[in-house]
Write a protein of this length. Structure first.
Length: 389
């Protein structure tokens, strides 16, 4: 019997005004569960959470229990002594190990993934705990969730459960003009300010980025993905050439700092009742350079242009809001961000649609096929027009 995995998206927050998805209202996920966890996994999860909190497992009540979409951690929400928590259990003890890939990888990381199929990306309790503590020192607004307990032995981290709405749901379905759109843009502006504060307060030196090497990395990605003779490959290479022509130097100096590592809309939560910005999921946090976080958010926003329900004017408005909140960067760095954010739409996001069925089942594959056949040409034209092509 396969484990009962619900349709919860795996983020430590609760949608305001919605009921919890209880264990009895679950549905099956993809027919091949890579974890191989049996149906008594819920009790095992309670034991791991209890170890992290140093309590008796019988005092824990779980509402949600599910393998997250990338397939490298179990996410749970529940109650203990009247309070609510979110728990994450890393699956590092599986044999063979699961391949864990974050949503936001740089071109260099993606090239390394293609060259080394055995390589995995993903976090662990020790790393996330360490990064939460480090970034919290530079987070006077307390945007990060509180740590309730942890157990390195059982690979489990327990955090406070946040209430609010994910920003990707604010961005989608927004009309123009509207008060809600301006309010959402202000939230993204605040997120940009928060990110810049973390980057500036942890800044330590610079990385040297050579535009020619970046262009060569994208060319190799296109070749390894066998996209050279496709419109995806042509667009990715064309974007790189155009953007790199705006760079006036052979070396771009990129500030090094603590990076969130997956700074995307799904990890930005807005609590309207508390008028608070919250930021979640630091399992991929590293000491790197600002390109990782800034290009991740810009790419995330621009990817919305490929969906018919997203307003292109609203997406542009949100991008301008983020740039305004984050603050000034050099022209050469801005051109590099544009190059990576836009090229990735064509060498990474769109080609993934062709293999969606293998990852998420036949229904998701059928939806992707319909999109590629009927909607993609129109969405591509809109995206290129919006980005000045």
């Amino acid at each position: 019997m396969r484990p009962p995995l619900g349709n919860y998206k795996g983020c430590p927050y609760v949608e305001e005004g919605t009921a919890s998805v209880w264990m009895k209202s679950i549905r099956w996920r993809h027919p091949s569960d890579p974890s191989g966890i049996s149906s008594n996994g819920c009790e095992k999860a309670k034991q791991r959470i209890a170890a992290a909190l140093s309590v008796d497992p019988s005092t824990i009540k779980l509402d949600r229990y599910e393998l997250n979409l990338p397939g490298w951690a179990f996410h749970c929400t529940g109650r203990l002594d009247g309070g609510r928590f979110f728990a994450k259990t890393y699956l590092n003890d599986f044999n063979p190990p699961l391949r864990r890939i974050t949503r936001s990888v740089t071109p260099w990381q993606e090239l390394e993934l293609l060259r080394r199929p055995e390589m995995s990306f993903g976090g662990n309790v020790g790393n996330e705990l360490c990064m939460l503590e480090q970034i919290r020192q530079h987070d006077p607004d307390r945007c990060l969730p509180s740590i309730l307990g942890s157990s390195v032995k059982f690979g489990t981290l327990v955090l406070e459960e946040l209430r609010g709405v994910r920003m990707d749901r604010h961005v989608r379905w927004q009309g123009w003009p509207s008060k809600s759109l301006r309010a959402s843009a202000d939230i993204i502006r605040r997120a940009g300010r928060w990110l810049r504060k973390i980057h500036d307060s942890t800044s330590n030196g610079f990385d040297e980025l050579h535009p020619a090497e970046l262009a060569e990395t994208i060319r190799r990605l296109v070749a390894l993905k066998k996209l050279e003779s496709t419109r995806y490959g042509g667009l990715a290479l064309g974007v790189m050439k155009s953007c790199m022509e705006r760079v006036a130097t052979d070396t771009v100096f990129v500030p090094r700092c603590l990076c969130h590592g997956d700074f995307t809309l799904v990890n930005i939560i807005w609590d309207a009742n508390g008028d608070r910005l919250r930021v979640i999921d630091l399992e991929h946090s590293v000491f790197g350079n600002v390109l990782h976080d800034v290009s991740s958010l810009i790419f995330n926003l621009r990817s919305e242009l490929l969906y018919p329900w997203a307003s292109s004017r609203a997406v542009k408005f949100f991008e301008e809001a983020f740039r305004s909140g984050y603050g000034a960067i050099s022209d050469d760095l801005a051109a590099t961000v544009d190059a990576i954010s836009t090229a990735r739409l064509f060498y990474s996001l769109l080609p993934r649609l062709l293999h969606r069925g293998k990852r998420r089942g036949w229904l998701a594959g059928a939806e992707a096929s319909l999109y590629v056949r009927w909607l993609e040409p129109m969405m591509l034209k809109r995206t290129l027009r919006q980005l000045g092509w």
